[in-house]
Write a protein that binds this ligand. Structure first.
Ligand code: BES
Ligand code: MN
Ligand code: ZN
Length: 519
């Protein structure tokens, strides 16, 4: 018999090379392409949809009727399905609105995918040759592939035993205009894979995905892509002086670990980037136990670590010529008999002492040790951490953006711009020195809590004590964006589940910064 926990290892096979559809890119004429369904994008001008003229040949006068009756207006996110006879069985009009952005492409894509999953459509021809000027056709194509796969992600797939739905859609044929974009398809699929892999890990419940199983997943990833992996367990961490990770993890019967993945994509021993992900596989709050309502979704407190695994998967599968580290401090924050108690004092890896004012402010403690360890032993040119760190960032920004903390203006600007482009938006928060005063402690160098005001900022200020050069560090507080919460903006490419936030943003950052795939 397989226990629940054993079954978890099967996750990997659900998580690799998951793209559900086949994608073909061609500049051929619509008439020459074999498909049962045609999707066209429509912009909106003077309150009317603008659709490619040729579709009248397939739809006939019906088209004017639909437009005159204002049944389809071309609004962003609007999709209209027509059953026709002739070459195509279905025509889908997908609105982009009057000022199309990449988000319009994403909404249109998720819209037609969602609409067509309830039909018998198998081969879908998407005419992208009229993508509005101002949008890069290549990036629009990337969104089309990634968002199709994201839309088809089913959070229940690994667990449900009944009512399994067969997916009817098999193939998407994209008609593009200019240059031949088919060479990028395989690469874009790898990014889509990485995003859904991250979502799978973040969505896994705590009984399937604990620190031990995170190690199993990381090892499988390492094996598949030839990454070097180092795993430090309780005893190792003790010897290394990583008392922060131990302090948080010791309330659980499952040992905490620090997992480090090393990917070398170029010659040279130095490291370009380190990605560090908060991996609290369940955050009960420790002895400062969370009440019902707050504890319920805390399996998602490993979303940062899940994003780092996805980023490493993408970096390695894309074979980027960079040297990259991924680090995951993996713990369960539980109120066991051996748990850290409020007011305990912990000597951290970098020699500083901290007072544990609240055991529920655990993310910053495990990240602090990891940041200073990676900083000291790898000296990466830039370190990113991703963490579902504070409820306060959800109060500040809601679910529409992650908090961005850095003193590196150049990276901040780039991430802001890419956030708008990818839809994984970030909003910069300050790290002014006045906030640091809130962390003062009578007993230790600093406290791990800074009171209610500016809670997300004081958490970031705490972290910054553990990096040498603050311009080499970027902190993303993804507590509001890592999964679809109550009040989350409804996006048709998400399910009420993990979003994979951070993977697209940071992979695009690497691609754009170094001129891979697109500039
Ligand atoms: N994992 C939580 C933060 C969180 C809250 C993420 C809600 C997503 C949704 C974190 O470990 C935490 O508990 N933070 C406390 C800090 C406080 C004790 C200073 C919080 O935000 O309440
Ligand atoms: Mn907590
Ligand atoms: Zn937490």
């Amino acid at each position: 018999m397989t226990s629940n926990v054993d079954r978890c290892t099967d996750l990997y096979s659900w998580c690799t090379n998951m793209t559900k559809l086949e994608y073909i890119v061609t500049p051929k004429r619509v008439e020459e392409i074999d498909a049962d369904t045609l999707v066209v994008f429509a912009t909106k001008k003077e309150d009317k949809p603008v659709v490619p003229k040729y579709i009248k040949g397939f739809v006939g006068d019906l088209l004017d009727d639909i437009i005159n009756a204002k049944e389809f207006k071309g609004d962003e996110g609007e999709v209209y399905l027509l059953r026709v006879s002739g070459k195509f069985k279905r025509i889908v009009l997908a609105g982009l609105g009057d000022s199309p952005s990449y988000e319009s492409i994403r909404l249109a894509t998720a819209g037609f995918i969602n609409k067509l999953t309830s039909t018998k459509a198998e081969k879908i021809l998407v005419d992208m040759s009229n993508v509005p000027s101002g949008l890069d056709e290549k990036k629009a194509l990337m969104d089309l592939v990634i968002i199709s796969e994201m839309t088809l992600y089913d959070p229940g797939e690994p667990y449900k035993t009944r009512d399994k739905k067969e997916l009817g859609i098999k193939k998407i044929i994209v008609k593009t205009s200019g240059e031949d974009l088919s060479p990028i398809i395989e690469k874009v699929k790898l990014i889509a894979d990485a995003v859904n892999y991250t979502r799978r890990i973040a969505d896994a419940p705590a009984n399937y995905m604990n620190p031990e199983k995170i190690e199993v997943e990381a090892k499988k990833l390492a094996k598949q892509y030839g990454l070097k992996i180092k795993v430090y367990h309780f005893k190792d961490l003790e010897k290394m002086g990583m008392n922060g990770i131990i302090a948080v993890g010791k309330g659980s019967s499952i040992e905490p670990r620090l997992i480090i993945l090393e990917y070398r994509g170029r010659e040279g021993d130095d490291w370009d980037y380190a990605f560090i992900g908060k991996t609290v596989t369940f955050d009960a709050g420790g002895l400062n136990l969370k009440p019902t309502g707050y504890i319920d979704e805390m399996k998602y407190d490993k979303s940062g670590g899940a994003a780092v695994l996805g980023i490493m998967k993408a970096v390695a599968s894309l074979k980027l010529p960079l040297n990259v580290i991924g680090a995951l401090p993996a713990v369960e924050n539980l109120p066991g008999p051996t748990a850290t108690k409020p007011k305990d004092i912990v000597k951290m890896y970098n020699g500083m002492t901290i007072e544990v004012g609240n055991t529920d402010a655990e993310g910053r403690i495990i990240l602090a040790d990891t940041l200073s360890y990676i900083d000291k032993n790898y000296k990466p040119k830039l370190m990113f951490d991703l963490a579902t760190l504070t409820g306060a960032i959800v109060i500040a920004l809601g679910n529409y953006a992650a908090g961005l903390f850095t003193e590196n203006d150049e990276v901040a600007e780039k991430l802001y711009k890419l956030g708008l482009e990818t839809g994984e938006r970030v909003w910069r928060m300050p790290l002014w020195k006045e906030y640091y005063d809130q962390l003062k402690s009578e007993f230790a160098d600093i406290n791990n809590i800074g009171g209610r005001p500016a809670g997300a900022i004081t958490a970031a200020a705490f972290l910054s004590h553990f990096v040498e050069d603050k311009r080499k560090w970027v902190h993303l507080d993804i507590a509001g964006t890592a999964w679809v919460q109550k009040g989350h903006p409804k996006k048709p490419y998400y399910k009420p589940a993990a979003t994979g936030f951070g993977v697209r943003l940071l992979i695009y950052y690497l691609l754009e910064k170094h001129g891979f795939l697109f500039k």
